[in-house]
Design a protein around this ligand. Sequence first.
Ligand code: FAD
Length: 523
Amino acid sequence: MATMLLLTFLISSLIMVTVGLAIDFMEILRLGIDGQLSVDPSDVETASLDFGLLTRGQPLAVLHPVSAQDIARVVKAAYGSNQGMTVSARGHGHSINGQAQTTNGVVIQMSGWKGGNKPPRPHVWAEERYVDVWGGDLWIDVLKSTLEYGLAPKSWTDYLYLSVGGTLSNAGISGQAFNHGPQISNVYELDVVTGKGEVLTCSEDENTELFHAVLGGLGQFGIITRARISLEPAPNMSTYSNFSAFTSDQEHLISLHAEPSNQKFDYVEGFVIVAEGLINNWRSSLFSPQNPVKISTLFPTGGVLYCLEIAKNYHESTAQTIDQEVEFLLKKLNFISTSVFTTDLLYVDFLDRVHMAEMKLRSKGLWEVPHPWLNLFIPSSKIAEFDKGVFKGILGNKTSGPILIYPMNKNKWDHRSSVVTPDEGLFYLVALLRSALDSGEETQSLEYLNNQNRQILRYCDEAGIKVKRYLPHYTTQQEWMDHFGNKWDRFYEMKMEFDPRHILASGQRIFTPTFPSLSNMPS
Ligand code: FAD
Protein backbone atom coordinates (compact mmCIF):
# COMPACT_ATOMS: atom_id res chain seq x y z
CA MET A 1 0.00 0.00 0.00
CA ALA A 2 2.77 2.40 1.03
CA THR A 3 4.70 1.60 -2.14
CA MET A 4 1.64 2.18 -4.28
CA LEU A 5 1.01 5.55 -2.64
CA LEU A 6 4.60 6.57 -3.19
CA LEU A 7 4.46 5.51 -6.81
CA THR A 8 1.25 7.42 -7.34
CA PHE A 9 2.91 10.49 -5.87
CA LEU A 10 5.98 10.09 -8.05
CA ILE A 11 3.94 9.64 -11.18
CA SER A 12 1.68 12.62 -10.49
CA SER A 13 4.70 14.79 -9.69
CA LEU A 14 6.45 13.73 -12.85
CA ILE A 15 3.39 14.47 -14.95
CA MET A 16 3.25 17.94 -13.38
CA VAL A 17 6.90 18.54 -14.11
CA THR A 18 6.92 17.16 -17.61
CA VAL A 19 4.24 19.65 -18.57
CA GLY A 20 6.69 22.48 -17.92
CA LEU A 21 10.06 21.01 -18.58
CA ALA A 22 9.47 18.24 -21.08
CA ILE A 23 12.68 16.84 -22.45
CA ASP A 24 15.02 19.00 -20.33
CA PHE A 25 13.94 17.59 -17.04
CA MET A 26 14.15 13.99 -18.21
CA GLU A 27 17.58 14.77 -19.53
CA ILE A 28 18.68 15.93 -16.07
CA LEU A 29 17.13 12.91 -14.38
CA ARG A 30 19.26 10.70 -16.57
CA LEU A 31 22.45 12.50 -15.69
CA GLY A 32 23.31 10.74 -12.47
CA ILE A 33 23.30 13.32 -9.72
CA ASP A 34 24.78 12.39 -6.31
CA GLY A 35 22.48 14.77 -4.46
CA GLN A 36 18.70 14.83 -4.82
CA LEU A 37 16.53 16.37 -7.47
CA SER A 38 13.19 16.87 -5.79
CA VAL A 39 9.69 17.71 -6.91
CA ASP A 40 8.37 17.17 -3.41
CA PRO A 41 5.68 19.85 -2.88
CA SER A 42 7.18 20.97 0.44
CA ASP A 43 10.61 21.52 -1.18
CA VAL A 44 9.01 23.40 -4.05
CA GLU A 45 6.93 25.50 -1.64
CA THR A 46 9.99 26.43 0.44
CA ALA A 47 11.91 27.45 -2.67
CA SER A 48 8.94 29.57 -3.81
CA LEU A 49 9.24 31.94 -0.87
CA ASP A 50 11.81 34.06 0.91
CA PHE A 51 12.23 36.17 4.05
CA GLY A 52 10.59 39.18 2.41
CA LEU A 53 7.31 37.29 1.85
CA LEU A 54 6.54 39.82 -0.87
CA THR A 55 6.89 37.63 -3.98
CA ARG A 56 6.29 33.99 -4.81
CA GLY A 57 7.97 32.11 -7.66
CA GLN A 58 7.43 28.40 -7.93
CA PRO A 59 10.29 26.39 -9.46
CA LEU A 60 9.74 23.21 -11.43
CA ALA A 61 12.15 21.25 -9.26
CA VAL A 62 14.65 21.70 -6.43
CA LEU A 63 18.16 20.28 -6.46
CA HIS A 64 19.86 19.43 -3.16
CA PRO A 65 23.45 19.20 -4.43
CA VAL A 66 26.36 17.56 -2.67
CA SER A 67 29.11 18.74 -5.01
CA ALA A 68 30.01 21.33 -7.60
CA GLN A 69 29.62 18.57 -10.19
CA ASP A 70 25.96 18.09 -9.30
CA ILE A 71 25.37 21.77 -9.93
CA ALA A 72 27.43 21.79 -13.12
CA ARG A 73 25.34 18.95 -14.54
CA VAL A 74 22.09 20.83 -14.01
CA VAL A 75 23.45 24.12 -15.33
CA LYS A 76 24.86 22.37 -18.42
CA ALA A 77 21.47 20.82 -19.09
CA ALA A 78 19.81 24.23 -18.76
CA TYR A 79 22.47 25.81 -20.99
CA GLY A 80 21.85 23.17 -23.61
CA SER A 81 18.09 23.36 -23.35
CA ASN A 82 16.00 25.06 -26.03
CA GLN A 83 13.23 25.99 -23.60
CA GLY A 84 14.79 28.88 -21.68
CA MET A 85 15.22 26.83 -18.56
CA THR A 86 16.76 28.75 -15.65
CA VAL A 87 18.81 27.83 -12.59
CA SER A 88 18.82 29.85 -9.37
CA ALA A 89 21.05 29.19 -6.40
CA ARG A 90 19.23 29.67 -3.12
CA GLY A 91 21.25 30.13 0.04
CA HIS A 92 19.04 30.39 3.09
CA GLY A 93 16.27 32.23 1.25
CA HIS A 94 16.81 35.47 3.17
CA SER A 95 16.30 37.79 0.23
CA ILE A 96 13.46 40.28 0.27
CA ASN A 97 12.24 40.43 -3.33
CA GLY A 98 12.45 36.94 -4.81
CA GLN A 99 16.12 37.24 -5.84
CA ALA A 100 16.71 33.48 -5.40
CA GLN A 101 13.46 32.37 -7.04
CA THR A 102 12.73 31.10 -10.53
CA THR A 103 9.54 29.99 -12.21
CA ASN A 104 10.88 28.23 -15.25
CA GLY A 105 13.58 26.03 -13.91
CA VAL A 106 15.45 24.54 -11.01
CA VAL A 107 16.31 26.09 -7.67
CA ILE A 108 19.61 24.81 -6.31
CA GLN A 109 19.13 24.63 -2.56
CA MET A 110 22.68 25.36 -1.40
CA SER A 111 22.13 25.42 2.38
CA GLY A 112 21.22 22.27 4.30
CA TRP A 113 21.13 18.90 2.63
CA LYS A 114 18.83 15.96 2.11
CA GLY A 115 19.45 12.25 2.05
CA GLY A 116 22.65 10.37 2.88
CA ASN A 117 25.27 12.36 0.98
CA LYS A 118 26.39 15.72 2.30
CA PRO A 119 28.29 18.63 0.77
CA PRO A 120 31.87 19.07 2.07
CA ARG A 121 32.24 20.49 5.61
CA PRO A 122 34.42 23.54 6.32
CA HIS A 123 38.13 22.77 6.22
CA VAL A 124 40.26 25.01 8.40
CA TRP A 125 43.88 25.68 7.33
CA ALA A 126 45.01 26.89 10.74
CA GLU A 127 48.60 27.73 9.86
CA GLU A 128 47.67 29.57 6.68
CA ARG A 129 44.78 31.27 8.51
CA TYR A 130 41.99 30.57 6.07
CA VAL A 131 39.02 28.24 5.81
CA ASP A 132 37.51 26.52 2.77
CA VAL A 133 33.73 26.42 2.97
CA TRP A 134 30.87 25.12 0.83
CA GLY A 135 28.92 27.96 -0.84
CA GLY A 136 25.77 26.95 1.04
CA ASP A 137 27.36 26.88 4.50
CA LEU A 138 25.77 29.24 6.97
CA TRP A 139 28.09 31.73 8.66
CA ILE A 140 27.14 30.35 12.07
CA ASP A 141 28.60 26.98 11.04
CA VAL A 142 31.70 28.62 9.61
CA LEU A 143 32.19 30.37 12.95
CA LYS A 144 31.75 27.17 14.96
CA SER A 145 34.27 25.30 12.78
CA THR A 146 36.93 27.97 12.92
CA LEU A 147 36.53 28.57 16.67
CA GLU A 148 37.71 24.99 17.20
CA TYR A 149 41.08 26.31 16.05
CA GLY A 150 40.82 29.58 17.99
CA LEU A 151 40.27 31.42 14.70
CA ALA A 152 37.38 33.37 13.18
CA PRO A 153 36.56 35.27 9.96
CA LYS A 154 37.26 38.99 10.17
CA SER A 155 34.19 40.53 8.62
CA TRP A 156 30.61 39.63 9.45
CA THR A 157 26.95 40.21 8.87
CA ASP A 158 24.78 41.06 11.89
CA TYR A 159 22.91 37.82 11.48
CA LEU A 160 24.73 34.50 10.96
CA TYR A 161 21.95 32.33 9.50
CA LEU A 162 22.81 33.56 6.03
CA SER A 163 24.76 31.56 3.48
CA VAL A 164 28.32 32.28 2.42
CA GLY A 165 27.36 32.30 -1.29
CA GLY A 166 24.36 34.56 -0.62
CA THR A 167 26.25 37.26 1.28
CA LEU A 168 29.28 37.13 -1.06
CA SER A 169 26.86 37.73 -3.94
CA ASN A 170 25.89 41.01 -2.26
CA ALA A 171 28.80 42.25 -0.09
CA GLY A 172 28.27 41.11 3.51
CA ILE A 173 28.47 44.05 5.88
CA SER A 174 28.36 44.75 9.58
CA GLY A 175 30.13 46.86 12.17
CA GLN A 176 33.56 45.41 11.26
CA ALA A 177 33.40 46.62 7.63
CA PHE A 178 34.95 50.02 8.45
CA ASN A 179 38.09 48.18 9.51
CA HIS A 180 38.25 44.95 7.48
CA GLY A 181 36.04 45.90 4.55
CA PRO A 182 32.93 43.89 3.63
CA GLN A 183 33.04 40.09 3.51
CA ILE A 184 33.82 40.23 -0.21
CA SER A 185 37.11 41.96 0.66
CA ASN A 186 38.13 38.98 2.79
CA VAL A 187 38.00 36.14 0.26
CA TYR A 188 41.11 34.56 -1.27
CA GLU A 189 39.66 32.09 -3.74
CA LEU A 190 36.37 30.74 -5.10
CA ASP A 191 35.14 27.70 -7.00
CA VAL A 192 32.36 28.76 -9.30
CA VAL A 193 29.99 26.95 -11.68
CA THR A 194 29.46 29.37 -14.55
CA GLY A 195 26.31 29.74 -16.62
CA LYS A 196 27.88 27.39 -19.17
CA GLY A 197 28.25 24.65 -16.58
CA GLU A 198 32.05 24.91 -16.28
CA VAL A 199 33.59 24.53 -12.81
CA LEU A 200 36.31 27.18 -12.46
CA THR A 201 38.62 28.13 -9.63
CA CYS A 202 39.20 31.85 -9.47
CA SER A 203 41.27 34.24 -7.36
CA GLU A 204 43.45 37.36 -7.70
CA ASP A 205 45.83 35.23 -9.80
CA GLU A 206 43.59 32.83 -11.68
CA ASN A 207 40.46 33.65 -13.70
CA THR A 208 40.73 37.09 -12.14
CA GLU A 209 37.85 38.66 -14.06
CA LEU A 210 35.45 35.99 -12.90
CA PHE A 211 36.66 36.34 -9.30
CA HIS A 212 35.93 40.06 -9.14
CA ALA A 213 32.70 39.79 -11.11
CA VAL A 214 31.24 37.11 -8.81
CA LEU A 215 31.98 39.07 -5.62
CA GLY A 216 28.95 41.31 -5.19
CA GLY A 217 27.72 39.94 -8.53
CA LEU A 218 24.13 39.15 -7.44
CA GLY A 219 24.55 35.55 -8.60
CA GLN A 220 24.78 36.63 -12.26
CA PHE A 221 28.05 35.02 -13.33
CA GLY A 222 28.24 31.73 -11.49
CA ILE A 223 27.25 29.69 -8.50
CA ILE A 224 29.80 29.80 -5.70
CA THR A 225 30.46 26.26 -4.50
CA ARG A 226 33.60 26.90 -2.44
CA ALA A 227 34.99 30.04 -0.84
CA ARG A 228 38.37 30.42 0.85
CA ILE A 229 37.92 32.95 3.62
CA SER A 230 40.57 34.83 5.55
CA LEU A 231 40.77 34.23 9.34
CA GLU A 232 42.24 35.93 12.39
CA PRO A 233 42.73 34.78 15.99
CA ALA A 234 39.31 34.86 17.64
CA PRO A 235 38.82 36.98 20.71
CA ASN A 236 37.10 35.29 23.68
CA MET A 237 34.94 38.14 24.78
CA SER A 238 33.37 41.36 23.64
CA THR A 239 32.51 44.38 25.69
CA TYR A 240 29.59 46.00 24.01
CA SER A 241 28.52 49.56 24.54
CA ASN A 242 25.54 51.42 23.29
CA PHE A 243 24.95 55.11 23.71
CA SER A 244 23.58 58.22 22.10
CA ALA A 245 25.96 60.00 19.78
CA PHE A 246 26.27 61.90 16.58
CA THR A 247 27.61 60.85 13.22
CA SER A 248 30.80 62.80 13.89
CA ASP A 249 31.56 60.32 16.67
CA GLN A 250 30.99 57.41 14.32
CA GLU A 251 33.24 59.00 11.72
CA HIS A 252 35.86 59.63 14.37
CA LEU A 253 35.73 55.97 15.43
CA ILE A 254 36.09 54.58 11.94
CA SER A 255 38.89 57.03 11.14
CA LEU A 256 40.96 55.20 13.73
CA HIS A 257 41.30 52.16 11.50
CA ALA A 258 45.03 52.65 11.03
CA GLU A 259 45.67 52.91 14.77
CA PRO A 260 47.05 50.06 16.89
CA SER A 261 44.29 47.65 17.89
CA ASN A 262 44.11 48.81 21.52
CA GLN A 263 43.29 52.33 20.38
CA LYS A 264 40.16 51.57 18.41
CA PHE A 265 36.90 49.70 18.70
CA ASP A 266 36.46 46.48 16.70
CA TYR A 267 32.85 47.03 15.78
CA VAL A 268 30.98 50.25 15.07
CA GLU A 269 27.30 50.35 14.24
CA GLY A 270 24.40 52.49 15.34
CA PHE A 271 20.71 52.86 15.13
CA VAL A 272 18.11 55.55 14.96
CA ILE A 273 15.23 55.53 17.40
CA VAL A 274 12.09 57.52 16.92
CA ALA A 275 9.58 57.43 19.76
CA GLU A 276 7.60 54.44 18.61
CA GLY A 277 10.76 52.55 17.71
CA LEU A 278 11.46 51.87 21.37
CA ILE A 279 9.00 49.02 21.17
CA ASN A 280 9.96 47.74 17.76
CA ASN A 281 13.71 47.78 17.88
CA TRP A 282 14.46 44.08 18.17
CA ARG A 283 18.11 44.77 17.33
CA SER A 284 18.86 46.29 20.76
CA SER A 285 17.74 43.17 22.63
CA LEU A 286 21.08 42.68 24.39
CA PHE A 287 20.30 45.58 26.64
CA SER A 288 17.91 44.56 29.33
CA PRO A 289 16.01 46.48 32.02
CA GLN A 290 18.97 46.44 34.42
CA ASN A 291 20.59 49.06 32.21
CA PRO A 292 21.18 52.20 34.26
CA VAL A 293 18.99 54.61 32.32
CA LYS A 294 15.77 53.96 30.48
CA ILE A 295 16.06 55.22 26.93
CA SER A 296 12.60 56.77 27.22
CA THR A 297 13.86 59.20 29.87
CA LEU A 298 16.37 60.59 27.36
CA PHE A 299 13.83 61.17 24.67
CA PRO A 300 13.34 64.65 23.28
CA THR A 301 9.62 65.28 22.69
CA GLY A 302 8.75 64.28 19.16
CA GLY A 303 12.43 63.84 18.44
CA VAL A 304 14.90 61.28 17.29
CA LEU A 305 17.72 59.57 19.20
CA TYR A 306 20.89 58.21 17.64
CA CYS A 307 22.49 55.28 19.43
CA LEU A 308 25.97 54.09 18.81
CA GLU A 309 26.73 50.38 19.24
CA ILE A 310 30.40 49.67 19.67
CA ALA A 311 32.31 46.59 20.69
CA LYS A 312 35.83 45.95 21.90
CA ASN A 313 37.08 42.40 21.66
CA TYR A 314 39.53 40.93 24.14
CA HIS A 315 41.15 37.75 25.36
CA GLU A 316 41.21 36.58 28.95
CA SER A 317 44.90 37.51 28.97
CA THR A 318 44.03 41.20 28.42
CA ALA A 319 40.94 41.26 30.64
CA GLN A 320 42.75 43.35 33.26
CA THR A 321 43.14 46.34 30.99
CA ILE A 322 39.96 46.21 28.91
CA ASP A 323 37.99 48.59 31.13
CA GLN A 324 40.69 51.23 30.91
CA GLU A 325 40.96 50.82 27.16
CA VAL A 326 37.21 51.25 26.69
CA GLU A 327 37.13 54.24 29.05
CA PHE A 328 40.00 55.85 27.15
CA LEU A 329 38.18 55.41 23.83
CA LEU A 330 34.82 56.62 25.18
CA LYS A 331 36.37 59.82 26.53
CA LYS A 332 36.82 61.15 23.02
CA LEU A 333 33.13 60.93 22.18
CA ASN A 334 30.26 63.35 22.74
CA PHE A 335 27.38 61.23 23.96
CA ILE A 336 24.88 61.95 26.71
CA SER A 337 27.02 60.89 29.64
CA THR A 338 24.26 59.10 31.56
CA SER A 339 23.36 56.98 28.58
CA VAL A 340 26.16 54.42 28.37
CA PHE A 341 24.98 50.81 28.62
CA THR A 342 27.68 48.18 28.72
CA THR A 343 27.51 44.43 28.56
CA ASP A 344 30.21 41.78 28.56
CA LEU A 345 29.65 38.62 26.58
CA LEU A 346 31.27 35.71 24.81
CA TYR A 347 32.43 36.53 21.30
CA VAL A 348 30.15 33.92 19.76
CA ASP A 349 27.14 35.30 21.66
CA PHE A 350 28.00 38.78 20.48
CA LEU A 351 28.16 37.68 16.83
CA ASP A 352 25.01 35.60 17.17
CA ARG A 353 22.99 38.30 18.93
CA VAL A 354 20.36 38.75 16.20
CA HIS A 355 19.48 35.07 16.40
CA MET A 356 18.33 35.65 19.98
CA ALA A 357 16.05 38.39 18.70
CA GLU A 358 14.83 36.03 15.97
CA MET A 359 13.80 33.46 18.57
CA LYS A 360 11.81 36.06 20.50
CA LEU A 361 10.07 37.34 17.38
CA ARG A 362 9.29 33.80 16.22
CA SER A 363 7.68 32.99 19.55
CA LYS A 364 5.35 35.97 19.07
CA GLY A 365 4.59 35.11 15.42
CA LEU A 366 6.39 38.27 14.30
CA TRP A 367 9.20 36.71 12.22
CA GLU A 368 7.29 35.24 9.29
CA VAL A 369 5.62 38.46 8.20
CA PRO A 370 6.25 40.61 5.10
CA HIS A 371 9.48 42.61 5.24
CA PRO A 372 9.53 45.63 2.94
CA TRP A 373 13.17 46.36 3.82
CA LEU A 374 15.06 49.25 2.28
CA ASN A 375 18.88 49.36 2.47
CA LEU A 376 20.68 52.43 1.19
CA PHE A 377 24.29 53.52 0.90
CA ILE A 378 24.37 57.29 1.42
CA PRO A 379 27.32 59.60 0.68
CA SER A 380 28.63 61.03 3.93
CA SER A 381 28.30 64.64 2.68
CA LYS A 382 24.52 64.13 2.43
CA ILE A 383 23.80 62.20 5.61
CA ALA A 384 22.68 65.33 7.51
CA GLU A 385 20.26 66.18 4.73
CA PHE A 386 18.95 62.60 4.74
CA ASP A 387 18.48 62.84 8.51
CA LYS A 388 16.43 66.00 8.15
CA GLY A 389 14.31 64.80 5.27
CA VAL A 390 13.80 61.17 6.30
CA PHE A 391 14.38 60.43 10.01
CA LYS A 392 12.96 63.78 11.15
CA GLY A 393 10.64 64.17 8.17
CA ILE A 394 9.09 61.36 6.17
CA LEU A 395 9.16 58.79 8.97
CA GLY A 396 7.18 60.92 11.39
CA ASN A 397 7.20 59.11 14.71
CA LYS A 398 6.73 55.62 13.30
CA THR A 399 9.34 53.04 12.39
CA SER A 400 7.86 49.50 12.56
CA GLY A 401 11.32 48.02 13.04
CA PRO A 402 14.98 48.82 13.57
CA ILE A 403 16.80 51.45 11.56
CA LEU A 404 20.53 50.86 11.38
CA ILE A 405 23.01 53.53 10.45
CA TYR A 406 26.79 53.25 10.26
CA PRO A 407 29.62 54.60 8.15
CA MET A 408 32.17 52.71 6.08
CA ASN A 409 35.45 53.59 4.37
CA LYS A 410 35.31 53.16 0.60
CA ASN A 411 39.01 52.33 0.44
CA LYS A 412 38.20 49.00 2.16
CA TRP A 413 36.04 48.01 -0.83
CA ASP A 414 37.75 46.59 -3.90
CA HIS A 415 36.55 48.70 -6.82
CA ARG A 416 36.99 45.69 -9.15
CA SER A 417 34.13 43.78 -7.48
CA SER A 418 30.64 44.07 -8.98
CA VAL A 419 29.11 45.90 -6.03
CA VAL A 420 28.38 49.60 -6.39
CA THR A 421 28.83 52.20 -3.65
CA PRO A 422 28.53 56.02 -3.63
CA ASP A 423 31.29 58.18 -5.13
CA GLU A 424 32.70 59.37 -1.81
CA GLY A 425 35.49 58.15 0.44
CA LEU A 426 33.05 57.73 3.30
CA PHE A 427 29.49 56.50 3.02
CA TYR A 428 26.76 55.30 5.36
CA LEU A 429 24.54 52.28 5.37
CA VAL A 430 21.00 53.16 6.36
CA ALA A 431 18.94 50.01 6.76
CA LEU A 432 15.20 50.39 7.33
CA LEU A 433 14.42 46.87 8.55
CA ARG A 434 10.69 47.10 8.87
CA SER A 435 7.99 44.48 9.29
CA ALA A 436 4.48 44.84 7.95
CA LEU A 437 1.85 43.76 10.43
CA ASP A 438 -1.80 42.98 10.06
CA SER A 439 -2.61 44.92 13.22
CA GLY A 440 -5.30 47.14 11.76
CA GLU A 441 -3.05 50.16 12.28
CA GLU A 442 -2.51 51.86 8.96
CA THR A 443 1.11 52.84 9.64
CA GLN A 444 2.08 49.17 10.08
CA SER A 445 0.51 47.97 6.84
CA LEU A 446 2.52 46.76 3.88
CA GLU A 447 0.96 49.36 1.62
CA TYR A 448 1.89 52.20 3.98
CA LEU A 449 5.50 51.02 4.35
CA ASN A 450 5.91 50.43 0.61
CA ASN A 451 4.61 53.94 -0.06
CA GLN A 452 6.98 55.36 2.51
CA ASN A 453 9.91 53.56 0.86
CA ARG A 454 8.94 55.06 -2.48
CA GLN A 455 8.65 58.48 -0.84
CA ILE A 456 12.16 58.14 0.64
CA LEU A 457 13.65 57.21 -2.74
CA ARG A 458 11.80 60.07 -4.44
CA TYR A 459 13.00 62.50 -1.78
CA CYS A 460 16.63 61.41 -2.30
CA ASP A 461 16.25 61.77 -6.03
CA GLU A 462 14.74 65.24 -5.80
CA ALA A 463 17.23 66.41 -3.17
CA GLY A 464 20.15 65.19 -5.30
CA ILE A 465 21.25 62.65 -2.65
CA LYS A 466 22.99 60.10 -4.84
CA VAL A 467 22.16 56.94 -2.92
CA LYS A 468 23.04 53.43 -4.04
CA ARG A 469 20.79 50.62 -2.98
CA TYR A 470 22.29 47.69 -1.07
CA LEU A 471 20.56 44.33 -1.74
CA PRO A 472 19.07 46.14 -4.74
CA HIS A 473 15.78 45.33 -6.40
CA TYR A 474 14.59 46.78 -9.71
CA THR A 475 12.22 45.58 -12.35
CA THR A 476 13.53 47.18 -15.55
CA GLN A 477 16.94 46.92 -17.17
CA GLN A 478 17.15 50.71 -17.44
CA GLU A 479 16.91 50.96 -13.64
CA TRP A 480 19.69 48.38 -13.33
CA MET A 481 21.83 50.35 -15.79
CA ASP A 482 21.31 53.47 -13.66
CA HIS A 483 22.15 51.49 -10.54
CA PHE A 484 25.44 50.20 -11.93
CA GLY A 485 26.32 53.51 -13.61
CA ASN A 486 29.79 53.31 -15.14
CA LYS A 487 30.11 49.68 -13.98
CA TRP A 488 27.24 48.57 -16.23
CA ASP A 489 29.26 47.96 -19.40
CA ARG A 490 31.66 45.72 -17.52
CA PHE A 491 28.80 43.91 -15.76
CA TYR A 492 27.12 43.26 -19.11
CA GLU A 493 30.37 42.09 -20.71
CA MET A 494 30.99 39.64 -17.86
CA LYS A 495 27.41 38.37 -18.15
CA MET A 496 27.89 37.67 -21.85
CA GLU A 497 31.11 35.84 -21.11
CA PHE A 498 30.08 33.71 -18.13
CA ASP A 499 26.32 33.32 -18.51
CA PRO A 500 25.54 34.14 -22.13
CA ARG A 501 22.07 32.53 -22.04
CA HIS A 502 21.09 34.46 -18.90
CA ILE A 503 20.25 31.24 -17.11
CA LEU A 504 21.45 32.17 -13.63
CA ALA A 505 19.66 34.05 -10.84
CA SER A 506 16.87 35.34 -13.06
CA GLY A 507 14.99 36.31 -9.87
CA GLN A 508 17.22 39.41 -9.72
CA ARG A 509 15.41 40.56 -12.89
CA ILE A 510 18.49 42.07 -14.47
CA PHE A 511 18.54 39.95 -17.62
CA THR A 512 15.85 37.91 -19.38
CA PRO A 513 16.76 34.31 -20.23
CA THR A 514 17.34 33.84 -23.94
CA PHE A 515 15.75 31.08 -25.98
CA PRO A 516 18.20 29.85 -28.58
CA SER A 517 16.81 28.59 -31.82
CA LEU A 518 17.44 24.88 -32.30
CA SER A 519 20.06 25.54 -34.99
CA ASN A 520 22.14 27.60 -32.53
CA MET A 521 22.23 25.02 -29.77
CA PRO A 522 25.62 24.46 -28.07
CA SER A 523 27.18 21.14 -28.90
P1 FAD B 1 19.55 34.04 -0.84
O1 FAD B 1 18.53 35.03 -0.46
O2 FAD B 1 19.13 32.64 -0.87
O3 FAD B 1 20.21 34.44 -2.23
C1 FAD B 1 20.54 35.79 -2.52
C2 FAD B 1 21.05 35.93 -3.95
O4 FAD B 1 22.31 35.30 -4.05
C3 FAD B 1 20.14 35.26 -4.99
O5 FAD B 1 20.20 35.99 -6.18
C4 FAD B 1 20.78 33.91 -5.17
O6 FAD B 1 20.50 33.37 -6.44
C5 FAD B 1 22.26 34.23 -4.99
N1 FAD B 1 23.00 33.12 -4.40
C6 FAD B 1 22.70 32.40 -3.30
N2 FAD B 1 23.66 31.48 -3.08
C7 FAD B 1 24.57 31.63 -4.06
C8 FAD B 1 25.79 30.97 -4.41
N3 FAD B 1 26.26 29.97 -3.69
N4 FAD B 1 26.46 31.39 -5.49
C9 FAD B 1 26.01 32.43 -6.25
N5 FAD B 1 24.85 33.07 -6.00
C10 FAD B 1 24.15 32.68 -4.91
N6 FAD B 1 23.25 41.45 4.83
C11 FAD B 1 24.38 42.05 5.21
O7 FAD B 1 25.24 42.33 4.39
N7 FAD B 1 24.59 42.35 6.52
C12 FAD B 1 23.71 42.02 7.50
O8 FAD B 1 23.96 42.29 8.65
C13 FAD B 1 22.52 41.35 7.12
N8 FAD B 1 21.63 40.97 8.05
C14 FAD B 1 20.50 40.33 7.67
C15 FAD B 1 19.59 39.92 8.65
C16 FAD B 1 18.43 39.26 8.30
C17 FAD B 1 17.47 38.84 9.37
C18 FAD B 1 18.14 39.04 6.93
C19 FAD B 1 16.87 38.37 6.52
C20 FAD B 1 19.03 39.42 5.95
C21 FAD B 1 20.21 40.09 6.30
N9 FAD B 1 21.15 40.49 5.35
C22 FAD B 1 22.31 41.10 5.74
C23 FAD B 1 20.89 40.33 3.92
C24 FAD B 1 21.56 39.09 3.35
O9 FAD B 1 22.93 39.36 3.12
C25 FAD B 1 20.90 38.72 2.02
O10 FAD B 1 19.60 38.31 2.29
C26 FAD B 1 21.67 37.69 1.26
O11 FAD B 1 20.95 37.45 0.10
C27 FAD B 1 21.99 36.39 1.98
O12 FAD B 1 20.89 35.59 2.19
P2 FAD B 1 20.89 34.06 1.72
O13 FAD B 1 22.17 33.41 2.01
O14 FAD B 1 19.65 33.48 2.27
O15 FAD B 1 20.81 34.20 0.12
